[in-house]
Design a protein around this ligand. Structure first.
Ligand SMILES: NC(=O)c1ccc[n+]([C@@H]2O[C@H](COP(=O)([O-])OP(=O)(O)OC[C@H]3O[C@@H](n4cnc5c(N)ncnc54)[C@H](OP(=O)(O)O)[C@@H]3O)[C@@H](O)[C@H]2O)c1
Length: 159
């Protein structure tokens, strides 16, 4: 099963200058809890922004140019990345925008953290047709322990 996991600002922005724009501890914990023990698949730029493989997860990086990254499996396409794992295993597409655009065509599930604030940034989550997806869970917070704006953890399954 292919799952997308992403945090999106109210205006669609997900990052700027190859970095995240907010720090929400609750979302970091949600990401760690949800993806731990599962493969994570990301674009080369997102890998660069992390700077190291995520622990306790098989890290797969998609690149046309880079052939090797220590501690990661590097592949040349999303299809190749998905083919590495059995179908019953939940694998997580962790960005960024270029890889989300490809993954929206094939994903079965979407973990979407909505951040109810707008940010200026150079990278946005691609347009997606919400009618193709069914909201199956929602967990809303008025603010975080150290984050001033509301956010919500939503899960969607492809209809
Ligand atoms: N808010 C969130 O949840 C979230 C999550 C993840 C990332 N982000 C943000 O998103 C931004 C990065 O996103 P991005 O869209 O710029 O980059 P990206 O999707 O992380 O990586 C793009 C790279 O992936 C490779 N690639 C893309 N399409 C490919 C294809 N069809 N076949 C083979 N390789 C392909 C290329 O690598 P090569 O150039 O090496 O060939 C390309 O430069 C950062 O600001 C990051 O902080 C936000």
């Amino acid at each position: 099963m292919v799952s997308i996991i992403v945090a999106v600002a109210q205006n669609g922005v997900i990052g700027d200058k190859n970095a995240l724009l907010w720090h929400i501890s609750e979302d970091m914990r949600f990401f760690r809890r949800t993806t731990s023990g599962h493969p994570v698949i990301m674009g080369r730029k997102t890998y660069d922004s992390l700077g190291r493989p995520l622990p306790n997860r098989t890290n797969v990086v998609i690149s046309r140019t880079t052939k090797e990254i220590e501690g990661c499996t590097v592949v040349g396409s999303l299809e190749e990345a998905i083919a590495l794992f059995p179908k019953e295993e939940e694998i997580f597409i962790t960005g960024g925008a270029q890889i989300y655009a490809l993954a929206l065509e094939v994903a079965d599930r979407l973990y979407l953290t909505r951040v109810f604030h707008s940010y200026e940034g150079d990278t946005s989550f691609p347009e997606w047709n919400q009618e193709e997806w069914k909201l199956t869970s929602e967990d809303a917070y008025p603010c975080g322990e150290k984050f001033p704006y509301p956010f919500s953890f939503e899960t969607y399954e492809r209809r």
